[in-house]
Design a protein around this ligand. Structure first.
Ligand SMILES: *[C@@H]1O[C@H](CO)[C@@H](O)[C@H](O)[C@H]1NC(C)=O
Ligand SMILES: *[C@@H]1O[C@H](CO)[C@@H](O)[C@H](O)[C@H]1NC(C)=O
Ligand SMILES: *[C@@H]1O[C@H](CO)[C@@H](O)[C@H](O)[C@H]1NC(C)=O
Length: 595
């Protein structure tokens, strides 16, 4: 009894000493200072978090619509079905119009005048554009569309070729229907499918938009998805007005989703979703602004990619992030295109920031063959310093929406990357196998993710494929990455770490560089085993220098089985594209940044 009391007393005594020491004046001051710092940091973090997540798109809340918007919607119901059916066919590639106006009543007597939405007279559908009829169809087995779905059928049944031709770069293949590019006293800027600024040029931060897509894949509401670039910190509110096919306008609630991995640079890529009730039909155009009155705004045609369902679908396309730094590795680009064509890719989508002269002729050749679509990408912000690598996420997501319902599968890659099937001779065989292997899993495959492995360029050239050194007389065999570079790291990296993927476009909502960030509900990612396929990544050491060459490595000649066919096709192309080079392909420029 007394012993335990003594222990307690001793304990109390010790506590008292500790307590007194802890609360010396010095400690109190230090703790207050530290507490204040922690508080400030936390407040800032919370504010940042608020800025970014305006709403989680995963849980589309049913939007609160203004009274005006609801009236407009209810009017819609009363219009008879046949009238609703008449839509303009924008075939995905029309002009974007930036409307700069200084005041609501300012008089602008220009051709773009009729495109101004607020207090605008109802527009007659242009006569020269084809009319699309709407038909109701039952369940479409392949797409697993929910019960009653609208299906667009163009009067003339388009062939795959027609569609690919229509996709070609509008600037390179101007048609008489396109208005001229104009900029009248800086107030109205018209642009063809390129970045345009939607706010006043005098504003501190730019607000840029690229394209808009109709998306009716969600249960809760339909929406127009706009690919935009906004300032990362404290972005201002955005207003969105839709121009419907019956001439009415409708205001929509805007939900912003900033794409991850912006690295806290000044600008970041984001999706703006203009949400409308589920029963709304696709609008023709969308007007976005930072201003309730839409003074200074940008007008974008709304791509209705479901039209694509009517045309026979392509199997496989490739999308690549913007070409930049005056990219001029023509032979490697040629190899990229021809190698992928051997494996079954039908069409390529590239974005053009800057290209060099050799690559420019190469692209023009492939455009004329309807194999490549090049979209302009005149991004008026500094790459790397102000935004992540040429706004890469905007281009990848634009491409997913652009190819939706047009191709079964789309591969998102970089020019130095190749997904190599290890058991199959073509991508489709491999994908069919993967679909078969994953039949039992819950959910549909929305993306197939491949592990990355590096083939460092400084490792020796392997002459197994052609028996000679590259770019040496007398043969001058082109320096093909897939054929001369066969040494790679012995282990593949994890999924998510530099991995790349193939998507089923209609099953994804938002893609990143290495994995799909969000699938539609009921779809999921499939990790592809390294025995089925591997991502070959041909590059110099990631962190500069030559240290990477010492890592464990193996020789992997899987890609050389396509070597003979590749050489045949590439030489044929070089003879056509570079007639002045006497049957040679352009020599590789010296290695350097970014390769
Ligand atoms: C918008 O227009 C209203 C009247 O139409 C005007 O009172 C208001 O100041 C304008 N707001 C801005 C931000 O221009
Ligand atoms: C790429 O963009 C540049 C600069 O805008 C332009 O001069 C060139 O013609 C474009 N090339 C292609 C193939 O689109
Ligand atoms: C491989 O061949 C290319 C083209 O001739 C040459 O530039 C490069 O230095 C060679 N690489 C090695 C490691 O020898």
């Amino acid at each position: 009894m007394s012993k335990s009391r003594r222990i307690i007393a001793g304990f109390r005594f010790k506590c008292g000493i500790i307590f007194r020491r802890l609360f010396t004046l010095y400690n109190i001051i230090m703790m207050t200072v530290i507490g204040a710092i922690v508080y400030v940091v936390m407040i800032q973090e919370l504010e940042m978090a608020d800025d970014h997540v305006t709403s989680r798109l995963d849980e589309f809340q049913s939007a609160k619509f203004t009274k005006q918007a609801l009236e407009l919607t209810s009017n819609h119901k009363s219009i008879n079905k046949r009238q609703i059916g008449k839509q303009e066919n924008f075939k995905g590639q029309t002009q974007a119009v930036s409307v700069y106006r200084t005041s609501k009543n300012s008089e602008i007597s220009t051709p773009a005048d009729r495109n101004v939405i607020d207090n605008m007279p109802p527009m007659d559908p242009p006569k020269h554009l084809p009319i699309i009829k709407v038909k109701y169809r039952g369940k479409q087995s392949r797409l697993k569309l929910s019960s009653r779905q609208v299906k667009y059928i163009t009067p003339k049944k388009l062939t795959n070729r027609d569609v690919l031709r229509a996709l070609a770069h509008p600037r390179l293949f101007p048609t008489s229907e396109q208005p001229p590019i104009q900029d009248i006293k800086g107030r109205i800027a018209t642009s063809l499918n390129d970045w345009i600024q939607a706010n006043s040029p005098r504003d501190r931060h730019k607000f840029l938009v690229y394209s808009a897509f109709w998306d009716d894949r969600f249960e809760q509401n339909n929406n127009v998805r706009i690919l935009a670039i906004m300032v990362t910190k404290n972005p201002p509110a955005v207003f969105c007005r839709l121009q419907m096919s019956d001439g009415k306008t409708m205001d929509a609630r805007v939900v912003r989703k900033v794409m991850n991995e912006h690295w806290k640079l000044r600008y970041s890529s984001c999706f703006l979703s203009c949400e409308v009730p589920k029963n709304t039909l696709p609008p023709l155009k969308v007007l976005v602004s930072l201003n309730r009155n839409f003074t200074f705004s940008a007008m974008l045609p709304v791509h209705q990619n479901k039209e694509n369902i009517a045309s026979p679908r392509g199997d496989l396309a490739v999308c690549v992030k913007p070409l930049h730094y005056s990219y001029d590795r023509a032979t490697w680009l040629l190899e990229f295109i021809e190698f992928h064509r051997i494996l079954g890719v039908e069409h390529f989508f590239f974005y053009n920031h800057t290209v060099g002269p050799n690559v420019d002729v190469l692209l023009r050749h492939y455009i004329s063959q309807n194999i490549v679509t090049v979209l302009p990408w005149s991004l008026p912000v500094l790459s790397q310093k102000e935004i992540r690598t040429e706004a890469i996420f905007s281009s990848l997501n634009d491409c997913v929406f652009r190819t939706m319902y047009l191709f079964h599968y789309v591969i998102l890659l970089d020019f130095d990357e190749y997904i190599i099937p290890r058991e199959h001779e073509s991508y489709l065989d491999m994908l069919n196998q993967l679909e078969e292997d994953n039949k039992h899993i819950r959910g549909k495959p929305g993306s197939f993710v491949f592990k990355n492995t590096f083939f460092y360029l400084y490792w020796e050239n392997d002459t197994i494929a052609y028996g000679v050194e590259p770019e040496k007389p007398p043969q001058w065999v082109p320096y093909f990455l897939t054929q001369y570079k066969t040494r790679r790291l012995s282990t593949a990296m994890k999924i998510g770490s530099r991995s790349k993927f193939i998507v089923v476009p209609e099953r994804v909502v938002e893609v990143g560089n290495h994995v799909v960030w969000r699938h539609t509900s009921g779809s999921r990612a499939i990790s592809v085993p390294d025995t089925v396929g591997l991502l070959h990544h041909y590059r110099i050491c990631e962190f500069g220098g030559f240290g990477c060459l010492k890592k464990d490595n193996v020789v992997d000649r899987t890609a050389t089985k396509f070597g003979a066919e590749l050489l045949k096709r590439a030489m044929h192309r070089c003879r056509i594209i570079y007639p002045e080079m006497q049957g040679q392909c352009p020599l590789s420029p010296p290695l350097g940044s970014p390769w």
